[in-house]
Design a protein around this ligand. Sequence first.
Ligand code: E4P
Length: 218
Amino acid sequence: MKFFVDTADVKEIRELNELGLVDGVTTNPSLILKSGGNIADVTKEICSIVEGPVSAEVVATEYAQMMKEAEVLAAIADNVCIKVPLTLDGLRACKTIRTEMERMVNVTLCFSANQALLAAKAGASFISPFVGRLDDTGLDGMELISEIRQIYDNFDFDTEILVASVRTVNHIKEAALIGADVITAPPAALRALVKHPLTDKGLEAFLADWAKTGQKIG
Ligand code: E4P
């Protein structure tokens, strides 16, 4: 299972990358706003840190303009993955970017299994179902991941399920149990994966006993 980090914060990306926790990055217009930087500069810097796919999102809503923006974003670096919204124009752009530009495409803002089916048929490299935002409405985001997994397996679609809008460590665990290909999570959720009170307590006890031995290693 691949770990993408869902942020445009270069410092966070650098730190998590050094920990070996970053297989890719996802950004969106809101995350670019939060970074305070220019999309081209920020994306270029992220691409110089991370070898894997770095999703950069088009903001046009019509096909022709989406394609123009896709060309601009693709020119930033070879590992830029073009992110398009799950609309008819977005799906059309997905197909063209995959077949003519031969670029990775991440189809975003997926909230139903039928939308995920359309993205796979358009040749998407990644489909991004937003589990947290579904949970917010009282629905079960992880149920959607199970449905998409089943549909993609039924027809051997190559599109990777990229679980997005992750809020908790349980989202990550459930995505792994279901067999999602990728999760994209905010830095805090990735860091929280390591936490367990028994690990802290156990380490404290070992270190206390070690101090009593008066020994040193090395
Ligand atoms: C995914 O690519 C999106 O950037 C992201 O996961 C959205 O998460 P949010 O619902 O926390 O904004």
